[in-house]
Design a protein around this ligand. Structure first.
Ligand SMILES: N[C@@H](CCC(=O)N[C@@H](CS)C(=O)NCC(=O)O)C(=O)O
Length: 262
């Protein structure tokens, strides 16, 4: 469901690229990194999810699940980070970030699917269960509002459990770790054969996984236990887009604003 109808009339008249996003969010990083790689000018609408700025009827009017990111391009609303970056690559083809060959495109599709499949069970679970106790849940007020606004049962259930006194369990965390170990072992094997995840060129596969690698590392996951993954992450970190889209935003909006974000 990449393009959605918006209930917000202001948005329908927004021209250019507008991104609703959060600094720490790996899904938002994907979009910021794609925009930086393509040197697109964009307007930032940063939401402080820690104080529930995304849990409002206004934001659910833009993104039907109240998640970040949401991209507005000339009044059209695009959601789902994987779909947004694909869309950006089609409308701003320079440089092209989708592999030209069928084998590369198949690898990209495989990495996208893996990231999607483990998003809640491994990535969200690991990251949320790594947060300090006082920053773990939503407030009772936010949770009540969330229950009313959120149509997705898996997300309602995840946040209710995560915000409960017991929180996510040790078993949840162990399951997440197992899924992550298996995923990074697959990345490592691929990177033993290819320079990048979808072949010899930097592509949307990196833009899919580099933010995961970074946020999991910041959460304490031993991402660099695999030698090939470690070398790959260093090569990705040398790109200007990594600094601008990931590092500069991780702790909140950069003081002076992103060089290309207005
Ligand atoms: N499948 C969606 C997932 C979006 C998502 O889960 N976003 C997270 C940040 S990475 C979020 O908004 N979390 C806030 C919340 O769950 O309340 C995508 O790829 O865009």
């Amino acid at each position: 469901m990449p393009k959605v109808e918006t209930a917000s009339s202001d948005i329908r008249y927004a021209t250019g690229l507008h991104l609703f996003h959060a600094g720490w969010s790996n899904c938002s990083m994907r979009v910021r990194m794609t925009l930086e790689e393509k040197a697109c000018q964009w307007t930032s609408h940063h939401l402080n999810t820690r104080i529930g700025e995304h849990i409002t009827p206004e934001y659910f009017g833009i993104h039907p699940n109240g998640l970040v990111p949401a991209l507005i391009h000339d009044g059209d609303v695009w959601i789902e980070s994987h779909d947004i970056i694909r869309y950006l690559d089609s409308v701003f083809p320079d440089p092209r970030l989708t592999p030209a060959d069928a084998a590369g495109r198949a690898m990209l599709a495989k990495w996208r699917k893996l990231a999607s499949d483990i998003h809640v069970s491994a990535i969200k679970t690991y990251i949320y269960s790594s947060r300090p106790k006082d920053r773990r849940g939503k407030s009772a007020e936010d949770l009540e509002c969330y229950r009313r606004l959120q149509p997705d049962a898996q997300l309602r259930e995840f946040h209710a459990r995560h915000s409960s006194d017991t929180g996510l369990t040790g078993q949840d965390r162990e399951n997440a770790e197992q899924l992550l170990h298996a995923a990074f072992a697959q990345l490592d094997a691929c990177l033993g054969e290819h320079r990048w995840l979808a072949g010899e060129q930097f592509s949307l596969a990196e833009i899919t996984w580099v933010p995961l690698h970074y946020t999991l590392k910041r959460a304490g996951y031993p991402v660099d236990a695999h030698a090939n993954v470690k070398a790959w992450s260093r090569a990705a970190a040398a790109r200007p887009s990594f600094q601008k889209a990931i590092v500069d935003w991780f702790d909140g909006p950069p003081d002076a604003g992103s060089p290309s974000a207005t």
